[in-house]
Design a binder for this molecule. Structure first.
Ligand code: HEC
Ligand code: HEC
Length: 163
């Protein structure tokens, strides 16, 4: 009995360490080298560094995803696709009011019903590509946090899931 308990205890500690290790991987250092000599994470960048990271890394990745979907419609995309017609006026603030509001339902039932192909594309390609480009963890249904649909879209009553 005692041996069994110790074993459970060790497993428990191992589990906690594994979770901490996973959690500490984010945000990833995907940006330019900062004052400390290490690369900066998205959350540590200045607004100018964020703009440059968007232009050099995020925009090309997003363009690739949108183009595989509708090559003609998205042959040229720019900052306004996500940030709206006047990004400077809203300080590049996301989620943006010019994008359609989503239902707020965790399993995206209404989105899959009304827009199955966009929803698939976003879930399978856009969210993973953007999370990677930003070095952020993808949205998890369990923790209800991370980069996902509501990093760009508002919900019925405003921003959702700490975005
Ligand atoms: C595919 C969509 C998309 C495109 C295109 C895009 N952005 Fe972004 N941008 C985002 C998202 C999403 C965020 C918020 C990321 C987060 O969760 O912190 C963001 C955040 C930003 C921020 C930080 C705002 C803040 O409050 O900290 C700046 C600055 C920015 N973008 C500039 C640009 C510029 C400049 C361009 C064009 C070169 C651009 N973005 C193109 C999606 C996009
Ligand atoms: C990086 C930003 C970003 C993320 C993340 C994102 N979207 Fe979008 N979404 C957009 C943009 C930009 C448009 C508008 C495209 C256009 O105007 O051509 C859009 C449009 C839509 C539309 C409207 C389609 C239509 O034809 O009216 C739906 C539905 C949608 N998104 C669902 C989702 C879902 C569901 C997720 C998460 C799985 C998601 N989006 C994640 C940027 C994003």
């Amino acid at each position: 009995m005692a041996g069994n308990n110790r074993w459970n205890w060790l497993l428990g500690i191992g589990f906690v360490i594994a979770i901490l290790a996973l959690a500490s991987c984010y945000p990833k250092r995907v940006g330019p080298v900062g004052m400390s000599g290490d690369r900066l994470a998205w959350t540590q960048m200045s607004i100018d560094q964020k703009k440059k990271h968007m232009e050099d890394v995020v925009l090309p990745r997003a363009a690739q995803v949108f183009r595989t979907w509708r090559p003609h419609h998205y042959s040229r995309i720019d900052c306004t696709l996500c940030h709206g017609p006047d990004p400077v006026a809203v300080n590049f603030r996301m989620p943006g009011a010019h994008l359609p509001r989503l239902s707020g339902e965790l399993l995206l039932g209404p989105e899959f019903a009304k827009h199955p192909d966009t929803t698939r594309l976003k879930l399978d390609s856009l969210v993973p590509a953007m999370s990677e480009a930003l070095g952020l963890k993808s949205f998890s249904i369990i923790t209800r946090r991370g980069f996902g649909c509501y990093s760009c879209h508002l919900g019925p009553g405003g921003p959702m899931f700490r975005n």
